[in-house]
Design a protein around this ligand. Structure first.
Ligand SMILES: [Zn+2]
Length: 318
């Protein structure tokens, strides 16, 4: 993550910025698949059976490393098979998935720097992690959708049909098994994760704000601090910290590489990710819908995507 809504709005802003083009048309025709793609591997965080799988949770594989390689495998497959019946659907989903990769890898280092500076992934650090993301969701929802987070019908924007789900799951299975053979992913696993995402998006909607209050109270009683109440889709009434978006430009350090410092605000990080993502979408459009110099566009696109970790934002040393 960032939060569900932030990913959705990121995709929406990128779509709005696209010039009329075949890619824009494909996304418009398959906007729910594109929005589901913007959630990246996060549906697996809501898929309880994935936590007890022998081969491990696919969300962890994809967030830790090599998602850049997996995206290149997906894009490469579409490059080789432009005549597929489901091509526009698969392209819209893959373009969305790329958006998740860019936003997570840009914003996560800051979120971890604030909530878990030694990258311990301890349960307690999730409290601030989720609270920060919830504040971002809340503010972006008001700014770009003109209403409170409580009124956002999350489950509707990612609800795809079974007919759409199967080819997407097949593409993910093919690409995941190439990049992460140990993950042992099946297309059914991906389809189940999509359904779970749609279900939890619905469960976590919280029009009145009561769900968050209640779960928060229970968590404080049992754990002593709130955790998952932070991801419930209502505005956060409990400020996570002073200056959560770093508008005062304090210096922060990448938890995975302490020599990397930054004073960027969360807003600047999102803007940089958006401009990079827009560049990638423009290249995708040229790559799949123009007849000339396609090899060159493919190389340019792959160079731009790199192979970043969604946690640290760092690419492995070449
Ligand atoms: Zn993520």
């Amino acid at each position: 993550m960032p939060g569900f809504t932030t990913h959705y709005i990121f995709g929406f802003k990128a779509y709005q910025g696209l010039l009329p083009s075949p890619l824009k048309t494909a996304i418009k025709q398959h906007r729910r698949a594109y929005s589901l793609g913007q959630q990246g591997p996060d549906p697996f965080f809501f898929h309880l059976p994935s936590y007890i799988r022998k081969a491990g949770n696919p969300a962890n594989y994809m967030h830790n490393e090599d998602l850049g390689l997996m995206l290149k495998t997906m894009l490469g497959f579409l490059y080789q098979n432009p005549k597929l019946a489901d091509f526009p659907l698969l392209l819209a989903f893959t373009a969305g998935f790329l958006g998740h990769y860019e936003l997570d890898s840009a914003v996560h280092p800051y979120v971890y720097a604030m909530s878990d500076p030694e990258a311990t992934h301890a349960m307690k650090t999730l409290s601030l992690h989720f609270a920060l993301e919830n504040e971002l969701d809340s503010i972006l929802c008001r700014r770009f959708m003109g209403h409170r987070l409580n009124n956002f019908k999350m489950h509707k924007v990612v609800r795809i049909t079974m007919k759409e789900s199967l080819p997407i799951a097949e593409l993910l299975k093919f690409s995941a098994n190439k990049v992460y053979p140990d993950m042992k992913a099946s297309s059914l696993l991906f389809q189940n994760a999509f359904s779970t995402e749609q279900f939890w998006a619905w469960v976590l909607e919280d029009k009145s704000g009561l769900k968050k209050k209640l779960i928060r109270r229970i968590e404080k009683l049992i754990l002593g601090y709130p955790v998952y109440s932070g991801i419930i889709g209502s505005e956060n009434l409990y400020p996570s910290m002073d200056d959560p978006f770093n508008l005062n430009h304090r210096t922060w350090v990448n938890p995975w590489e302490h020599t990397i410092e930054s004073s960027a605000s969360m807003i600047e990080l999102i803007k940089a990710a958006l401009s990079r993502y827009r560049e990638e979408l423009a290249l995708i459009n040229k790559l799949y819908f123009m007849d000339v110099e396609r090899e060159r566009f493919l190389r340019q696109l792959f160079r731009l995507i790199e192979n970043k970790s969604l946690h640290s934002g760092l690419s492995p040393a070449p």
